[in-house]
Write a protein that binds this ligand. Structure first.
Ligand code: SAM
Ligand code: SF4
Ligand code: F3S
Length: 451
């Protein structure tokens, strides 16, 4: 075992590999904030680590296999060295719990997403008595109480802030209610304190996170109240939130777009399908008409608002006409920055055992949808050429010759900035684009600003 007995005095190094959504990214950073307290530093690569943590995702198929595959790689790397401490965290850990240790004895600890407040003790106990354990209780209250007591030191220019965890919606295809447990909203003050702390440490953009971020509810506070309060923090220049559910796009939230100066005009609102029949089969609890109404209301408030979404293609029962309705919706809304996936049956969900549609048909439909989404993206990006955009500078490019930032619509922008520009919102004139990136030059003339 590569881990020494008293980590407080030792040069312990942890390598964290993260799969899945932004909530896992946030959690991985906070896990590192936690283990720092018992002496861990970040390992730059696998080889120098004596603790290896995989933060797993269970949303689509092969998730479990990916984890075992990853362990196979570590085993190979450490064949001739001391074995590292191997920890499995995240949604696969929650779903599989002690089964993982039984199947793969190379695993030492298994910890579910709502037990991260226990990670330091688990590691210390393990180094004392070498007893393998799993912790998969749902205890969001203790998790966030603990995380708010240790400082969020993983701040970058743009930082995530989890405000809500879990889900009570039980869409028939989705494992999240089982892996993240029931909906829980963090206390309002705890979130505002974390936002202020991030601002004091150089953060300029906060992305509020939750599996159902717009169902946030704490003692009468809603997502809208959080947005209003965070807007008051002077150092914070931009605010975003993800992922939201159409059913929770309430009037108070829509109203914030009327006066907010910091809420970005990209709304990520997954719809999954453009067919009411499929939405009903999925148990989504809203119709396409409901969705269109939200879109129209927001467009009326600000015509520059643009939507992005998630789509599931080939859900059991999806006929050609249902698929066409999804395509029609994509053409109407002109989504950008969207994701599309083929339906993947998840164990334990209602849709797990439904009759699958032909794989070849699903693949063909996915290709058509993705081409359409790509076309939209390319034409939107092209329409921005010769325009001046507001870009929040996040970092130097890898070769350090330029800077990299994001437009208000989250699109990557590369331009001729300097290291000192990191953290600033700059006016950039776009001269070239492709599907994923805009290329520009710093501009002094802000008159043609579009976004
Ligand atoms: N809460 C969000 C919502 O209501 O849309 C979704 C969160 S989920 C972590 C992210 C995306 O994964 C979903 O929007 C959906 O498109 C996709 N997804 C979830 N379960 C899936 C499954 N069984 N097969 C394929 N894609 C799936
Ligand atoms: Fe999953 Fe989102 Fe549905 Fe909840 S609302 S079950 S997280 S898809
Ligand atoms: Fe995956 Fe869990 Fe997120 S299943 S998408 S890591 S909530």
């Amino acid at each position: 075992m590569g881990l020494k007995k008293n980590p407080n005095n030792m040069n312990q190094k942890i390598f964290i590999k993260t799969f899945g959504c932004q909530m896992n990214e946030y959690d991985s950073n906070r896990i590192f904030d936690s283990v720092k307290k018992i002496g861990f530093k970040k390992a730059k690569n696998y080889e120098e680590a004596n603790c290896y943590l995989i933060n797993t995702c269970h949303i689509r198929n092969k998730a479990k296999e990916k984890v075992y595959h990853e362990i196979g790689r570590i085993k190979k790397i450490f064949r001739t060295k001391k074995k590292p401490l191997v920890i499995i965290a995240g949604c696969v850990a929650q779903a599989e719990n002690e089964e993982m240790i039984k199947r793969e004895p190379y695993i030492d600890l298994v910890i579910g997403p709502q037990s991260y407040h226990k990670i330091n003790n688990m590691i210390l106990n393990y180094t004392e008595n070498m007893k393998k354990i799993e912790e998969t209780e749902f205890d969001a209250v203790s998790k966030f109480k603990y995380l708010s007591e240790i400082k969020n030191e993983s701040a970058k220019v743009s930082s995530f802030l989890t405000i809500q965890e879990g889900c009570d919606k039980f869409c028939h295809f989705c494992v999240v209610p089982f892996t993240r447990g029931p909906e829980y909203s963090r206390p309002f003050k705890q979130i505002i304190d974390e936002a202020k702390y991030l601002a004091d440490n150089g953060v300029k953009e906060i992305i509020l996170l939750g599996q159902n971020v717009n169902s946030y509810e704490y003692e009468g506070h809603r997502l809208s109240s959080l947005l209003v309060e965070i807007e008051k923090i002077p150092e914070i220049k931009r605010i975003r939130y993800t992922t939201s559910h159409p059913k929770d796009m309430t009037e108070d939230l829509i109203d914030v777009y009327k006066f907010s100066k910091k809420l970005m005009p990209l709304v990520h609102l997954p719809i999954q399908s453009g067919s009411d029949k499929i939405l009903d089969l999925m148990n989504r609890k809203h119709t396409v008409r409901d969705y269109n109404k939200i879109f129209d209301k927001l467009k009326n408030i600000n015509p520059n608002i643009v939507f992005s979404s998630d789509f599931i293609i080939g859900y059991p029962g999806e006929k050609e006409e249902d698929f066409k309705e999804t395509l029609n919706l994509i053409n109407r809304i002109k989504f950008i920055n969207s994701y599309s996936f083929i339906f993947s049956p998840r164990p334990g969900t209602v849709a797990a055992n439904l009759q699958l549609i032909d794989k070849k048909i699903s693949m063909e439909r996915l290709e058509i949808i993705q081409n359409q989404l790509f076309e939209n993206q390319i034409s939107v990006n092209r329409s921005l050429e010769n325009k001046i955009l507001n870009v929040l500078v996040e970092n130097l490019t890898e070769d350090k010759t330029k800077v990299f930032g994001r437009s208000e619509y989250m699109t990557s922008v590369v331009f001729n900035g300097k290291k000192e520009d990191i953290g600033k919102v700059m006016s950039v004139k776009i001269y070239k684009s492709n599907r994923t990136t805009l290329f520009g030059k710093v501009s002094k003339n802000s008159n043609q600003m579009v976004a």
